[in-house]
Design a protein around this ligand. Sequence first.
Ligand code: ZN
Length: 291
Amino acid sequence: MLLGGLECGGTKMVCAVGDEKGRILKKETFPSLTPEETMPKIIDFFRENSVIAIGIASFGPVDPDMKSPTYGYITSTTKVHWKNYNLLGTIRNALSIPCGFDTDVNGAVLGEVTYGCMKGLSNALYITVGTGIGIGVYSNGALLHGMLHPEGGHVTVRRHPDDTFEGNCIYHGDCLEGLASGSALDARFGKKAEFIKSDDPVWTFESYYLAQAIVNYILILSPEKIVMGGGVMNRTELLPMIRKDVVKLLNGYIHSPKIENIDEYITASALNGNQAVMGCMKLAYDAACSS
Ligand code: ZN
């Protein structure tokens, strides 16, 4: 069966055609302009490829509550054109096929537990560190939503004593995202994170903040494995620093072979950036099966 996957990002929309085995047969990307400009291209793509169901994983905040009148909307985003936008409804009305819907990071964790390096686990965590920071949580064999959906990028972290950057989250200033996201790194330096040298002290701060958040996620969610992705994590020097800081901050409190084997416990994705769109295939498959 041909399934559609749509990963909606703040800068680009990734459209894919694939199957329930997570194979991606075709992929096209459109810039995220206004809905009026971008949505017709997305709809045409899926229409031309005759998919029988679509899974959508979107940047947020979104409304993932199937009982809510605004289910499938992008809600209070800072991307003004997409604020309170009926993303799911627009696609469903245009194509009249079953659609699954969730956050981009829940899409990524679903991709990992279905097809990737967390396959078969019941409790898994995906963290993206990109323009923003987000977490996707798979708990007791299901994606975690709750009141809304996890917003682990905005947790409070203890400031590094040598860090004078005030933070750039428009809601909280120096929350995790305000201190450690790609946009926070850009704001600290006035240039893109990829141009920051490997030995710059900022990576010490970056690791310190991300490790604190990960320790909190471990203590609260008890994930069996953690995968990290997003543009900032392309800095390969960062992951070993984070692992070291996590062990240091846990300070022997958690007794588990997983923590002893931290290199296997906190890893990078091995799905080549396709984790969210592969999660969309699973969302589409589930939507097709339940329709
Ligand atoms: Zn914040």
